[in-house]
Design a protein around this ligand. Structure first.
Ligand SMILES: [Zn+2]
Length: 411
């Protein structure tokens, strides 16, 4: 039987490289029923093959789905709580809230609402932190229902946090093995990750076991690195023999090509070189960094690094909308709008190790894309289009969202 194809006709914005994107006026995106893109460019000749047109509102553009490389599902209800820097903010708002995720029902209703918000804002791929076995399984179940692409991590802690959040390492890793077994046959869109929260919340023995477990099962790892100066000082006290913060993680085998490191603000040249050598994904979270007054991500040191993405860092970041995070990225570091667009799409996908799956609209990748209505824009200038998307939220409206060719949101 012939495969059926789906065609979307609109102006198309697509990242090609950092600082470069293509703008295809009156273009066409075509994908098969299996969700794989077969064409993106000018008009496609179906040569007798069956094609269904996807209806889109006038003056819409098509662009890849947005990639959020760092977010905390369990902080959904405490986002936007200001007045503190990192460590006090964790103590005052976050730990109390995360402890609630042991309740299966609470975890499930929160996850459902969280994914709905992400999709409505055009996020088609997310890397997140969840808490407890129950919370992680709820995050998987609801992600499967929502149709989103997600890397779902179990937040691992055995010290430095309130007792209800601490886990004996052996039990935590037994739970990880159980989650792995239960989710192995699920959709490929969903991946399990180990998330040692940060060096202050994990003992040396626990980090060593997490590193070994991740290596054995070829799992992704997510953690925080060098977000705040008080955190750096506390890490120095907790690991007096370590050369620096980055080497703490390296010693336990936590820096791999499947590792995502959020923040990376206060690093030395040597530490940045180590992160590069290990091939880790680096996640810049401008909104959260401004919100907690953590410092400025030094973009100038990461130019040309292929695995650099953006993260909302909800709840330190108050917004789920990656367009808002791109705007904040501009405020933190003056940079081209094309570069911000790349970070939130193709760069993010590469940071997640999914650059061959999503992040841009090229044949062979999955059809993860958005249909965005933009009012009164100058359609002859890609700069104007980018500026409307990033800075003028009243000018843009996300009309439809597709993941792997399946419509997962409609306004
Ligand atoms: Zn975070």
């Amino acid at each position: 039987m012939k495969q059926r194809y789906y065609r979307v006709r609109a102006d198309i914005l697509d990242p090609v490289a950092p600082d470069r994107c293509r703008w295809i006026k009156d273009g066409e995106l075509v994908f098969g029923r299996d969700g794989t893109i077969v064409h993106c460019g000018g008009r496609w000749d179906p040569r007798g093959r069956p094609v269904t047109a996807v209806a889109v509102p006038a003056r819409s553009i098509v662009m890849p789905g947005l990639v959020d490389c760092h977010s905390h599902l369990s902080q959904y209800h405490v986002r936007g709580r200001g007045g503190h820097a990192l460590l006090a903010w964790l103590r005052n708002y976050v730990f109390v809230e995360e402890a609630r995720f042991r309740d299966k029902r609470y975890a499930r209703t929160t996850a459902k609402s969280y994914y709905r918000k992400l999709l409505a804002r055009g996020v088609t791929s997310v890397a997140l932190y969840a808490n407890y076995r129950e919370g992680v399984l709820a995050a998987f179940r609801e992600a499967e229902r929502a149709g989103i692409r997600a890397t779902i991590g179990y937040t691992l802690m055995d010290r430095g946090v309130p007792r209800p959040l601490r886990q004996p390492p052996r039990r935590a890793l037994a739970e990880c093995a159980d989650i792995l077994a239960r989710t192995a046959d699920g959709p490929h869109r969903l991946r399990f990750a180990l998330n040692p929260r940060f060096a202050l919340a994990c003992s040396a023995a626990f980090m060593a076991e997490i590193g070994a477990f991740a290596r054995r099962h070829r799992l992704h790892i997510q953690t925080h690195l060098a977000e705040n100066l008080d955190e750096l000082a506390a890490v120095r006290t907790a690991f007096p023999g370590a050369r620096d913060y980055t080497s703490v993680y390296d010693r336990f085998g936590l820096l791999t090509p499947r590792t995502l490191l959020a923040h990376c603000i206060h690093l030395s040249d040597r530490e940045r070189a180590l992160v590069r050598d290990r091939g880790c994904g680096v996640v810049h979270c401008p909104s959260a960094n401004m919100f907690l007054h953590s410092g400025r991500f030094p973009m100038e040191h990461w130019r040309g690094y292929p695995r650099l993405g953006l993260g909302s860092d909800v709840g330190a970041g108050p917004s789920f909308a990656m367009f808002d995070v791109m705007r904040d990225g501009y405020f933190v570091n003056m940079q081209s709008l094309e570069r911000l667009f790349h970070l939130a799409t193709l760069g993010g996908a590469a940071a997640l190790g999914m650059g061959d799956v999503t992040g841009s609209l090229v044949p062979g990748k999955q059809a993860d894309f958005l249909v965005v209505g933009i009012k009164e824009s100058n359609r002859d200038s890609r700069r104007d289009i980018l500026s409307d998307l990033i800075f003028k939220h009243d000018q843009r409206r996300i009309e439809k969202v597709f993941v792997a060719g399946r419509e997962v949101f409609s306004a």
